[in-house]
Design a protein around this ligand. Sequence first.
Ligand code: 5CA
Length: 437
Amino acid sequence: MRLSRYFLPTLKDTPSEAKIASHRLMLRAGMIRQSSSGVYSWLPLGLRVLKKIENIVREEQNAVGCHEVLMPTIQPADLWQKSGRYDDYGPEMLRIVDRHKRDMLYGPTNEEQITEIFASSVHSYRELPQILYHIQWKFRDEVRPRFGVMRGREFLMKDAYSFDIDKESARRSYNKMFVSYLKTYERLGLKAIPMAADTGPIGGDMSHEFLILTETGESEIACHSDFIEMSLANEDIDFKGNLKPIVDRFTSKYAATDEMRDPEAEKALGDNLVTARGIEVGHIFNFGTKYSKPMGASVAGPDGKDIDVEMGSYGIGVSRLVGGIIESSHDENGIIWPDSISPFEVGVINLKVDDADCDKACDDIYKTLLEQGKDVIYDDRDDRAGAKFADADLIGVPWQIILGPRGLKNGVVELKNRKSGEREELSLESALSKTSE
Ligand code: 5CA
């Protein structure tokens, strides 16, 4: 991508409405623009990151046998009247009346919609278990939308729904999603800690939230210090096998969100207690027959008798993750992306645009990188070197190949690593091979 032709409206000044780093940086880096309170447009840079996160989430859902669907954003009210949630949901639900005076709503979640699809399509226990998911915009008229995309009114969620014949099988689906979530967050460069949680308006008797630790999360959490080192790195994961030992390992130690904290348990931890702020990036629920029973989602069992299916739902805050990742990985100059979701892998900075030799050398490097299949951003704007360096750091270009007349004369380029801040002069070949490491 040539920066001279890209749409990257960066801001020099810090917008006053942004209270936390990720919101400030997303506005300054030209990733989003506010449309109305808690509702954002995604500009090219922001959308690139959102799509990369979405794809990792999708790959991990597909890898454990979930099937992708796409349900509408607008749902008929009578679906929610059937489940009994239409009145319960309250003012967070955006209610709409169509031209025929039919009550509709902008979906805050999709338990009802998916249960209806299931009920009209699956009739035998032989077709179970089944997990369906979609990645779709939701609307919740939050009382206090804040922190940019972190608590929006409109936001992108991956929501999955499991259908099983009995509680034991439902527990297996839950465990599968639990471990798949840990894997997804690790791929996104995050440490997410599962914590037993309240079920709120979704309902059910078992639920875990996944939180990442940051300086400015909404929840004040506490956990055992062992969680800081825990990962799936040495686990031999077989998603068709028994995942209970892994789930047990991640749930046997103390970890609690603010509403679930237990002072006695925390006292007992002594030096092993860690308190921090956290951002909820996922939430999973097992709610048995709460929706299947009132909505008639039953299948014929082995003896021919009807059985209400056991269900669970599993959410990941895809748009919230963009803010959460920036919150956990930035410095005073800008964003430091985890490799897996960086909008660009490498940048080329031409220090003397309109100098024929510099232009030719930088164009060649740009072409070589494109041929290697890299996501490249090429700063070919006629601007001061300082402004170019500042923008590259602000948007978080992980490797920056910098070239001007002096380097050209000496046969070297400068290579900067965004994460470490290290800069070194080396041959172009060495620089290119480093960016591929
Ligand atoms: N139906 C269930 C699971 S599919 C559900 O809706 N769960 S939830 O309410 O916990 O939302 C799932 C995830 O969406 C949350 O963990 C959070 O990461 C994200 N999320 C929820 N509300 C917002 C919001 N207002 N802004 C941004 N992300 C949100």
